[in-house]
Design a protein. Structure first.
Length: 418
């Protein structure tokens, strides 16, 4: 018994020997450069709920509907579920396989391969019992497979986050565009009302001899041009509502009811300083996806390497066997065997080595994709920060121009009234 425990302990020691490279997250100089440039801190909770700073209940409601109903979100979640089940299946390979079976048959013993007197005898045969097999993971085939599928599960989780992030961005952008069009429709309607009054006033002035026909024509032309914008605004608004309907997987009529039953204003975040940290880039789902894909592919190199080494499987059977059904469970009918199978590849080692090289090449491709995703993210962040800073400058100029324009309108009004 002690010897058996000793041998089992040795087996478990060997199972820790996993061939192939051990994965480490690559260190890229790009991040070092960013760490020096951007050192601002940020609140992790605010990053994941930044849209709440708009203080728009309608927008929050639409985002909640999108998260619950969008089909891409549901598909991404199902992919996570599928990867988790696949991982569970691979983890079960660490455990023995056991099955209960039963069989009945009839046959005749060979006269040439059995002792004299036993050959040529025909008889029934009944058998039942428990069959067990256990692959001992000596060189880490199962361990590396579990590592690969664990990384794949994490990648699918980040894919879900990426889909959710993209969805929220599209919903928010579309919603703001709708509110902007509603505001432009209000402005256009107000302008039409003012221009109608001006057109009437101009006609009256012409009748009184204080204005020309040209003045009347100009006033009428301006009025018609302003009215011409309305159908375009309405068409664009309807198109955006249809887009929102698709993103939320809800009928357009339901979206219209939500919009019509809420206050219409253009949401904005009133913050002067942009908070940013390199950790924000590291946390981007697209980067995490490519990094986890690299981890999974690295583990698959180990799976391919394990094929070069021996495969050890323990097996056994315990049950009953008898020529008579009535005596099958008697003590004398007991049957058992235990053994091991040992397989070592010889003639296909060249094929296995090529398979290893193929997995290594895939890992190089995955590494390039990881670097590419980081460079793309850095490029997008730098471009958007530059755009933000320049838009801030533009906003300050427009704010000053608006103030001056208000003053000029006030002076023009006083001059007109006098």
């Amino acid at each position: 018994m002690l010897k058996s425990l000793k041998y089992i302990s040795l087996i478990f020691i060997f199972t820790a020997c996993a061939v192939g490279p051990n994965y480490k997250v690559p260190k890229l100089k790009t991040f070092d450069t960013l760490d020096k440039e951007y050192k601002s801190s940020y609140n992790n909770l605010e990053v994941h709920t930044w849209w709440k700073k708009f203080n728009d209940p309608t927008l929050n409601k639409l985002l909640n509907i999108a998260k619950e109903s969008n089909l891409d979100i549901k598909t991404a979640y199902l992919n996570i579920k599928k990867s988790r089940l696949s991982l569970n299946m691979s983890e079960d390979d660490f455990l023995p396989n056991a099955a209960i079976g039963a069989g009945v048959g009839r046959g005749q013993l060979s006269e040439n391969s059995n002792p004299p007197g036993m050959g040529g005898i025909s008889a029934n045969k009944f058998q039942t019992g428990l069959s067990v097999s256990w692959e001992i993971d000596l060189f880490g085939r199962i361990q590396r497979t579990v590592e690969a599928k664990s990384a794949k599960l994490q990648a699918d989780t980040y894919i879900y986050q990426n889909v959710l992030l993209t969805l929220k961005a599209e919903v928010i952008t579309t919603y703001i565009q709708i509110r902007n069009l509603e505001d432009r429709l209000k402005v256009a309607s107000n302008n039409i009302h003012i221009q109608e009054e001006f057109f009437t006033l101009t006609k009256n002035l012409k009748d009184a001899g204080s204005a020309s026909k040209l003045d009347v024509l100009r006033a009428n032309t301006n009025l018609l041009l302003t009215k011409a914008y309305l159908p375009s605004f309405e068409a664009n608004k309807n198109a955006l509502i249809q887009k929102l309907s698709f993103l939320l997987s809800k009928p357009a009529d339901e979206i219209k009811i939500i919009l019509d039953n809420s206050e219409s204003f253009i949401p904005y975040i009133n913050e002067n300083n942009l908070k940013f940290s390199t950790n924000l880039i590291r946390q981007r789902p697209d980067i995490r996806i490519s990094e986890r894909n690299l981890a999974a592919q690295t583990a698959l190199i180990g799976v391919a390497n394990s094929a070069l080494y021996p495969n050890l499987t323990l097996g056994g059977f315990f049950g009953f066997e008898s020529f008579e059904a009535s005596t099958i469970f008697d003590a004398k009918s007991q049957l058992w065997n235990i053994g091991t199978s040992f397989l070592f590849p010889i003639f296909n080692r060249g094929k296995i080595k090529n398979a290893i090289k193929a997995e290594e090449t895939k890992a190089e491709i995955a590494f390039n994709e990881y670097k590419k995703s980081v460079l793309k993210a850095v490029s997008e962040v730098n471009s958007n920060i530059s755009f933000y800073k320049n838009e801030k400058i533009k906003y300050n100029f427009l704010k000053e121009a608006y103030s001056l324009n208000e003053e000029s309108v006030h002076l023009a009004k006083l001059r007109y009234e006098n």
